[in-house]
Structures are given as structure tokens and as C-alpha cells.
Design a protein around this ligand. Sequence first.
Ligand SMILES: [Zn+2]
Length: 280
Amino acid sequence: MELQEKFRVAANAVSRAEAIVVTAGAGMGVDSGLPDFRGDAGFWKAYPPYQKLGITFIGAANPDHFERDPAFGWGFYGHRTNLYRNTVPHAGFGILRGWIERFGLDYFVVTSNVDGQFQKAGFVEDRILEVHGSIHHLQCAKPCTMAIWENRETIPVDEATMRAGRIPRCIRCGDVARPNILMFGDYGWVSDRSARQQRVFDEFLTENRGRRLVVVEMGAGTAIPTIRYLTEEIGSRPGALAVRINPREAQIRAPHLSLPCGAREGVAAIDAVLAEDALS
Ligand SMILES: [Zn+2]
């Protein structure tokens, strides 16, 4: 099938759908100007100081830093917190919201990103599952409590050393707090918030059983394939169609649609077909 024909089939599925599941991986943020930490080279391009220190993404995204050297741990996460706070979600987010409104779709967002960009783009908090947690929420680093609270801290970071000038503290014990994110080799992540979101998502899937469902996946790579599996699993339900938008790894088996393009480009192309149909 030619690409333009696939956009047409996807547009038809969206316009006929009763519900949409939006699934997203790191590639979703690229069009908003966010780094996706693809390989060591990609990570060091985004964070040159770590290259000098010989630290990879896996090395930086390690919960041990909060115990051994919290200013270093918060250097990485504080910098990212500030970056995500200052990022404007790209036009693709608004296009997806437009479909939800225009076609009266029930919806759910499932993302492996911790950047809070769907909330920022106006998606409702209780329609989002953040499978790896959120950088905009904190927990105790020990943890002394299962409490999870919103990150309202200002965290200045020296970009030459990647060290934080301020360390967020636990609301209960006063010791170091950390982002409520699943890191590498992480046994201290408090998963309660993501687990609660998962239960709401399961209810959504139950309520929408047998209904016409479209799954639109963007920027979910094969390295950590959780999101891709989920897309395929939901896509295999009766009445469902999955659309995989990915510039490098778009492959998915028929009848599902493989769109080898960026997130913004892919949804914009589907939207262009919908706009033409509305005019004709
Ligand atoms: Zn504590």
C-alpha cells in the first residue's frame, strides 16, 4: 500500500472510531525539540558534560546517585525537569485532541515518557497512563513512605558540571527526594501512581470492549518494546486498528498500518485527509 493510501485508511478509521488509544514513546517528543537519548552518541550530544565524565544514559538514570551524591543525581533530573517545563508540545498533540473533540471519541493516552507533555497539551490527567512515572512528581529516595507529591521545586543546575544547586526534600522524613520515575536497576520506585492510572486504563478497555477502536502509536522504539506490545495487543481486539508512526521502525503486520514518518508529520498527514473529506 502506498503511503498516501495508508493515510487515507488511517483517516477513515479515525473518523469511524468510537474510541482512540494514543500510545507514545521517546520519539513523540523529538518534534517538540526534546532529545530522545538514542544510543550513547545521542545522549552525549544532548549532554556533553556527561561525555567528559564517561557517563551514559543508563549510568545517569540511576537511583544510587540520590543516595551517594544527590547534587549529581538532581543535576540530570533537575535539568530535564526544567527542560520539560519549558517545552511547548508540538502541533501533533493538538491535532490528536482535535480528533477526540470532533468525532466525540472516548480516549486514553499511554506513554513511556516521563515528561508530562500530554498534560501540558491539555489531555486530561485521569485519561493518561504514564508507565514509567512522571518527572513532575516526587517521592522519598529511601523511600520512607509510599507518598507521591507534585514537584513544585525550583532546581537550578550548573550546566558545566551538571550539579544541582538545590536538593528537593522528602515531605515526611526531610531526607533526599527523587523523581517518581522508574530508573535503571531501580528497586525503590513507588509505583502506586502508575498502578492507579493502569487500573483506570483497564476500566477504559473494559468499557470499550467490542467498540470501534483506533490505536495511534508514535515514536515507540524496539529497544524497550513495552509500548509497541501494548499497541499490538489492543490492535488485535475485534473492531480495532493500529497505526504505527515511526520514522525508523514502523514495521507492523497487516491489516495494521505502518507509517514511516515522524509523529507530527504522520498525524498532520492523516489530518489533511480528514480536512479534505470534510470539504467534499
Ligand atoms: Zn522520606
